[in-house]
Design a binder for this molecule. Structure first.
Ligand code: ADP
Length: 357
């Protein structure tokens, strides 16, 4: 019975939002309370259908989103709203799905998930193979790459040589970002593996995740100060010789933690890492704001992250940003920063029928 209702729900949503409004969608996911959280009443964060309400010291602020995932939303609920954008990737659009937020708000849970509660990446991989098995008009091939961006360095997570430890020497930086005359971004030297089926895709993804975590001395602390990017390149061919082959990219990105380390009294390496993440996240914010404003100049060059994603953030591509927030009183300042980041990305675009704050 449960399976049937999930299936029905999925079909309903697909029919409703197959045509994604605008090119940049902003979702918010509120992390549920964990046993480690101190709970206080009244709670500072509440959420409605399309807005988050922050109440603190007598003031009330509202932040609008295209969709909110409340604390009780599960991985399936989130994925139902991600599926349409996967369809766009199969149709030939470049797509970026980005998880943004303070460390500990559930970015990795959303993107990666757990064995029993898989997140967006494993679900998307499964879904892609499922969708193409039903498509009689085209044939598809997929390939996968994974990389990490740490302090402006790019690290290949699927390379056969084991990755260096972060604190040993400077991470290997033999990957060059190139843009071809058509505007397509290429990362020279990045490993790209063919993925013929879901089992193989999952095997490579697990390998990439492991390569990321084993290279850090303190996984939770340090990996939150790097960005982890998974790229699927989709090649589509029609069954007639005239049908032009199409190539598109699907990026799924677990961004570094957005917390402002300068305020937390961090020093040395930690401070440098925090600065690097903050710089690249604000570069990402600037790019998104410029794109939504349809401003002539889009400042892609300001960070490695935006250079890599250049052809998958701009015209013709689809972007889904999932902003993660904590429900706790002690995280309120960071929560307001994350919500303000989203507001800035969204506020400039009222022409696409998105709700105003
Ligand atoms: P981040 O990647 O933002 O640092 P994590 O994904 O590591 O955060 O999440 C922090 C903790 O909260 C983890 O223990 C994770 O399992 C838990 N968590 C986050 N979001 C959820 C959720 N929606 N449901 C259940 N547990 C969650």
């Amino acid at each position: 019975l449960m399976l049937r209702s999930i299936d029905e729900k999925r079909r309903e949503t697909l029919n409703k939002i197959i045509d994604i409004k605008g090119t940049i969608r902003l979702f918010c996911r509120v992390r549920p309370f964990l046993w480690t959280d101190k709970r206080r009443t009244p709670e500072p964060i509440s959420s409605e259908l399309d807005r988050v309400i922050v109440t603190s010291s007598g003031s009330r602020k509202e932040f609008g989103f295209d969709k909110i995932f409340h604390q009780e939303a599960n991985q399936e609920d989130v994925f139902v709203d991600v599926e349409p954008i996967l369809r766009s990737a199969l149709d030939g659009h470049n797509v970026s799905i980005l998880a943004y937020g303070q460390t500990g708000t559930g970015k990795t849970f959303t993107m990666d998930g757990t064995t029993v509660q898989p997140g967006i990446v494993p679900r998307a991989l499964k879904e892609l193979f499922q969708q193409v098995s039903l498509d009689k008009s085209f044939s598809y091939t997929f390939s996968m790459s994974m990389l990490e961006v740490y302090m402006g360095n790019l690290r290949d997570l699927l390379a056969s040589k084991p990755a260096l430890r972060a604190n040993e020497t400077v991470l290997r930086c033999n990957l060059n970002i190139q843009t071809d005359p058509k505007g397509s971004v290429e990362i020279e030297g990045l490993t790209q593996v063919e993925i013929p089926d879901f089992a193989k895709a999952r095997w490579w993804y697990t390998k990439g995740r492991r390569a990321r975590s084993t290279s850090w001395t303190n996984v939770n602390e340090t990996s939150s100060r790097s960005h982890c990017l998974t790229r699927i390149v989709i090649s589509r061919r029609g069954d007639t010789p005239e049908a032009k082959p199409k190539i598109s990219k699907l990026w799924m990105v677990d961004l570094g933690g957005s917390e402002r380390l300068l305020k937390t009294g961090a020093t040395g390496q930690t401070l440098d890492e925090g600065r690097a993440i903050n710089l690249s996240l604000s570069a990402l914010g600037d790019v998104i704001a410029a794109l939504r404003r349809k401003k002539g100049h889009v400042p892609y060059r300001n960070s490695k992250l935006t250079q890599i994603l250049k052809d998958s953030l701009g015209v013709g591509s689809k972007v889904l940003m999932l902003v993660h927030i904590s429900p706790c009183q002690e995280d309120l300042e960071e929560t307001i920063c994350s919500l303000s980041f989203a507001k800035r990305a969204k506020a400039v675009d009222s022409s696409r029928g998105l709700p105003e704050d």
